[in-house]
Ligand binder design. Structure first.
Ligand SMILES: Cc1cc2nc3c(=O)[nH]c(=O)nc-3n(C[C@H](O)[C@H](O)[C@H](O)COP(=O)(O)O)c2cc1C
Length: 354
């Protein structure tokens, strides 16, 4: 059996009668589906535990997540293969803490508020990989480091320093956030793990069998940004939002890397440096996507690969062949100054330098 514990916030104010109605429907459906659990509400927060056969719980949790009466559904814990129910007699015990007069309910109400507030913040600042471990009941601190093979992808904004010199702080932040959101959405959809943001740079990795997914993600990022450039107003800096992408593969060390006060669950190794190096190389290449020979060889897709020459990459000794995909979407000016020129010509007069 499986147990899922989550918290969420009311989408709008709900009356006691409306909350009871959720409880009534839940009890009816849950006794039919052999699901048990508890639903607690206080102020604008729901806390729920649902337990039962894995398939029934997955179906119900999907349905609950889509319910428009609440929002910000945040899974706190998923327990698989549980042998005993915690609430065998409750098809869904519904408790509205605010309606209870017992003074002991006050600290419990506070506890739920603190939990919802702090988890909401922690979720935003925590690496998705780490959050996934925690919600699956795994303590990432106990995972031993290991050597493994990965596909690594780096991308960042072209001419970012120039943008920072002509845009105000809010515009720089907004542009960077728009870019990071767009890239992360593509990477999430493609099965990649976003492991780090470093300023305007995204580092992600894929399993070694996912070379095609990584290439597809790179192309999707380029076409997503192209669509964005066409849709935004003429004087928006997003019209000039271009990215460079580097993809490499190889052996890496995966584990908890950092200090006693700040840890990342991430990967380390020459293959990581090579992806960063390929990404930097795109500045001076005629293509925005640079792929290593290893990734090309691992791919099973029918990509029209094109060799861009041989280059020495960070972490390597000899020049190695660098590839791209020969599609219109990967083409870009070879000289980075041409992009800056285009930006300054178009935005000229609307912005003051510095
Ligand atoms: C906070 C919250 C908890 C819910 N819990 C359950 C539940 O345990 N079981 C259930 O069947 N529906 C639950 N629902 C309702 C479902 O989202 C959905 O509206 C309902 O299952 C549809 O039932 P029906 O198919 O009988 O109309 C919950 C909704 C909310 C907002």
């Amino acid at each position: 059996m499986k147990r899922v514990t989550y918290i969420s916030r009311f989408a709008k104010q709900l009356s006691g009668e409306e909350i009871n109605e959720i409880g009534r429907v839940s009890q009816k459906n849950n006794s039919r589906d052999e699901i048990t659990g508890v639903l607690i509400s206080t102020a604008d927060i729901f806390y729920q535990e649902i337990e039962g056969e894995e398939e029934s719980i997955d179906t119900l949790f999907e349905k609950i997540k889509r319910d428009t009466r609440h929002k910000d559904v945040l899974c706190l814990k998923t327990e698989k293969n549980i042998e005993q129910r915690r609430y065998p007699k409750w098809s869904m015990k519904t408790v509205n803490i605010d309606a209870e007069s017992n003074i002991l309910m006050h600290p419990i109400r506070n506890l739920f508020q603190v939990l919802a507030d702090s988890y909401g913040v922690i979720e935003k600042y925590t690496q998705p990989t780490v959050l996934k471990f925690v919600t699956n009941g795994i303590n990432p601190l106990n995972i031993p480091s290991r050597e493994t093979k990965k596909i690594i992808l780096f991308c960042d904004i072209m001419a970012f320093s120039y943008f920072s010199s002509i845009l105000n702080v809010q515009e720089v932040v907004s542009m960077t956030n728009t870019y990071l959101t767009a890239c992360t959405q593509v990477l999430d959809r493609s099965g990649g793990e976003v492991t780090k943001y470093m300023g305007d740079c995204v580092m992600a990795y894929f399993d070694i069998e996912q070379a095609d997914e990584a290439i597809r993600a790179g192309l999707d990022m380029l076409s997503g940004l192209e669509r964005m450039r066409e849709e935004v107003p003429k004087d928006s800096p997003l019209r000039f939002l271009h990215t460079g992408i580097g993809i490499s593969s190889g052996s890496v060390i995966e584990g908890n890397i950092g200090s006693a006060t700040k840890l990342d669950y991430t990967i380390l190794g020459d293959a990581v440096n090579q992806a960063a190096s390929l990404e930097s190389l795109t500045r001076c290449l005629p293509r925005a996507l640079a792929i290593s020979q290893g990734v090309r060889d691992l791919s099973h897709g029918e990509w029209p690969f094109i060799q861009l020459g041989e280059y020495e990459l960070k972490g390597g000794h000899d020049p190695v062949p660098v590839y791209s995909v020969d599609l219109l979407i990967t083409e870009k000016p070879t000289n980075p100054l041409e992009i800056i020129d285009e930006i300054s010509r178009t935005l000229e007069g609307t912005r003051l330098p510095g």
